[in-house]
Design a protein around this ligand. Structure first.
Ligand code: OOG
Ligand code: MG
Length: 267
C-alpha cells in the first residue's frame, strides 16, 4: 500500500515540507495537508517526511534514532487512526535526562511513556521477527517522548501525520540500560507522573502485544524500501498510553519496572 510512486510533483513535496517544518521551527499550527491534497498517497506522505529530514540534515542536524508511532490501541483510539507509522529523530530533539524543555518553542506538547530499544546489529525486513529483534538488541531503556503535532488541535489523518514526521518534537531517555533477554517486556510496568501525580500507567504488551513488534514492523517498513535498521540505532517503540498535555512548570517522570526513572521539566 505504501509502495506507490509519489503522485505529487517534487516542487509540491518540497513546499509541503517547508510549510510543516516552518510551523515546527516557529511554533505555529496549520491545517492538515490532505485538505489541500485529498488524493495524496503513502509515498507522498513519506516523501514529505523525507524532504523535512533532508532540510534538517542540510542544516547540520544528525539523525540519532527512529520511532514507531500509533503502536498501541490507546494511541490509535486517542488519535482516531488504525495503523502504525514511522519517523526519525535528530540531535535537536534530545532533552538530557532530568533536563529542561522550553515549552515556548512548542505548539501544544504532550508527553507519552515509551520503551526504547538500541540495536547492536542491523535488522532487515520484510518478515522480521520478535526473536530477531531481541537478538539484535543491545539494550532497552525508558523514554518519554514529547509529541507536538503541527496540526491544529492534533487533528489529522495518517498521511498528514506521516508527512509531519509523526508529530516528533523532543524526547528524553534514561534510567538503567537493561538486557532485553532478562526482562519480560510484555509485563514490564510503566508509571508516568506529572508533578508527582500518576497520570498514565501501563505495561509493555500495550504496544502490539510486545514492544519488539514495533521494531520488527519498522524493519519491515524499511525493508520494503530496500533499507534496514542499522546497528546502533535508538528506536522509540511508541506510546504505551494516551499522551498527556503539559504546561510550563510541569515536571514529568517515567518509572519503568527494572529500568529506573527518566524525567524532564517544561520551562
Ligand atoms: C502521532 C505520534 C504518535 C506514538 O508514540 O504513538 C507517537 C501523534 O499522536 O500525534 O509518537
Ligand atoms: Mg511516540
Amino acid at each position: 500500500m505504501d509502495l506507490d510512486a509519489p503522485s505529487l510533483d517534487a516542487a509540491t513535496i518540497e513546499a509541503l515540507a517547508e510549510r510543516l517544518e516552518d510551523c515546527e521551527l516557529q511554533a505555529r499550527d496549520t491545517l492538515k495537508i490532505t485538505l489541500d491534497h485529498p488524493r495524496m498517497n503513502w509515498a507522498d506522505a513519506y516523501a514529505v517526511q523525507e524532504a523535512i529530514r533532508r532540510r534538517k540534515v542540510g542544516r547540520g542536524a544528525r539523525i540519532v534514532g527512529l520511532k514507531a508511532g500509533l503502536t498501541s490501541f490507546a494511541k490509535m483510539r486517542q488519535m482516531g487512526v488504525d495503523s502504525p507509522i514511522f519517523g526519525f529523530l535528530t540531535d535537536g530533539f534530545v532533552v538530557p535526562d532530568g533536563g529542561r524543555c522550553r515549552h515556548a518553542e512548542l505548539i501544544h506538547p504532550k508527553v507519552e511513556p515509551e520503551l526504547v530499544f538500541v540495536t547492536k546489529a542491523a535488522l532487515a525486513g520484510p518478515g522480521c521477527t520478535i526473536a530477531e529483534v531481541l537478538a539484535a538488541t543491545d539494550f532497552v531503556l525508558a523514554g518519554i517522548e514529547v509529541i507536538d503535532s503541527r496540526y491544529r488541535d492534533f487533528k489529522f489523518d495518517l498521511k498528514s501525520v506521516v508527512a509531519d514526521n509523526c508529530s516528533s518534537s523532543r524526547f528524553v531517555v534514561g534510567g538503567i540500560m537493561r538486557d532485553a533477554r532478562e526482562l519480560d517486556l510484555r509485563t514490564t510496568g510503566v508509571v508516568l507522573e506529572k508533578n508527582g501525580e500518576v497520570v498514565a500507567l501501563g505495561a509493555g504488551a500495550a504496544v502490539l502485544g510486545h514492544p519488539a513488534n514495533a521494531v520488527a514492523m519498522l524493519a519491515d517498513h524499511l525493508g520494503r524500501r530496500g533499507q534496514a535498521i542499522p546497528a546502533g540505532t535508538l528506536i522509540l517503540t511508541g506510546g504505551l498510553t494516551e499522551a498527556v498535555a503539559v504546561q510550563p512548570g510541569d515536571h514529568v517522570a517515567l518509572h519503568a519496572q527494572g529500568m529506573g526513572c527518566t524525567s524532564l521539566t517544561f520551562v
